[in-house]
Design a protein around this ligand. Structure first.
Ligand code: G1P
Length: 274
């Protein structure tokens, strides 16, 4: 059983300045919900109820969002606005939130290692909230949990990208053991198109086995001088312990203006159909 989901949420979100000057990028809304709430709902749908959030300076709005707001709730009690808070109320009632701060920005691998105390010695999921994933059937994390139950090793979600874009992603290569499922043999963080082992890019969903923490402690800074989760996963891949999975569904890169606008427009269109 995977019970915990880690959310690295310490990054600055510089691509959205000035909107993210005083507000965490994870709180940017798509329609009426902040990005991180979509992530939490995806984790809940996959059976998780402990949300471990690695924050940083200026991120207090995330904690307040996942807490009761007595004054506001009192004000709208009994009005037709009450239903607007039903989803978030449900999340607060059924999940536990824990937080720790990453005091230095030393990369995604370092952020995940910072979350070790909140996770402990058990397999866990990771969601990068600015990758918003939607699917009409089971959510991406739910699909990955199924795969974890079969393989009992780390799982990364992948998608095919335009080969010119490899320098934005961790890129994998491996042998396809079933349709869309690969046993990973190579992983490279943000390779140039000429050096990329394929066009299969890792997106912001992971299931990690807890030995990743010891590996991360030994992982030297890599691309961009940062401690990369891709490099740590490569150590597990050398032992045949990483599966890459072409998920069903659609991912929006809400860390970019284009992806954010596209997600907003498409989710809005969908909401009108309902
Ligand atoms: C991180 C990872 C990268 C992965 C990407 C997915 O990069 O380092 O391997 O492909 O997330 O969104 P970032 O986008 O934080 O630079």
């Amino acid at each position: 059983m995977i019970k915990k989901c880690l959310f690295p949420a310490a990054g600055y979100g510089t691509r959205f300045l000035p909107a993210t000057k005083a507000m965490p990028k994870e709180m940017l809304p798509i329609l009426t919900k902040p990005l991180i709430q979509y992530g939490v709902e995806e984790a809940m749908a996959a059976g998780m109820s402990t949300m471990a959030i690695v924050t940083g300076r200026g991120k207090r709005a995330i904690e307040d969002h996942f807490d009761v707001s007595y004054e506001l709730e009192h004000q709208i009690q009994g009005t037709d606005k009450e239903k607007m808070l039903a989803d978030i109320r449900d999340i607060i009632d059924s999940c536990t939130f824990s937080y720790t701060r990453q005091t230095e920005m030393r990369g995604l691998g370092h952020a995940i290692l910072t979350g070790e105390l909140l996770i402990g010695n058990e397999p866990f999921a990771v969601i990068l909230a600015d990758d918003l994933c939607v699917n009409d059937g089971a959510g991406v994390l739910e699909q990955m949990v199924k795969l974890y139950n079969e393989h009992q090793c780390s799982i990364v979600a992948i998608e095919e990208i335009d080969p010119s874009q490899t320098n934005k992603y961790g890129v994998i290569a491996g042998s396809e053991i079933a349709e869309g499922i690969y046993r990973v043999t190579t992983m490279v963080e943000k390779p140039s198109p000429a050096d990329a082992p394929s066009n299969l890019a890792i997106i912001g969903r992971y299931i990690l086995t807890p030995d990743i923490f010891d590996i991360l402690r030994e992982t030297a800074p890599g691309k961009g001088g940062e401690i990369q989760i891709t490099d740590a996963l490569m150590e597990q891949a050398k032992m045949g312990k990483v599966i890459a999975y072409k998920f069903r569904g659609k991912r929006y890169d809400c860390g970019s203006i284009d992806g954010y606008v596209q997600a907003t427009v498409e989710l809005y269109e969908k909401s009108k159909v309902k």
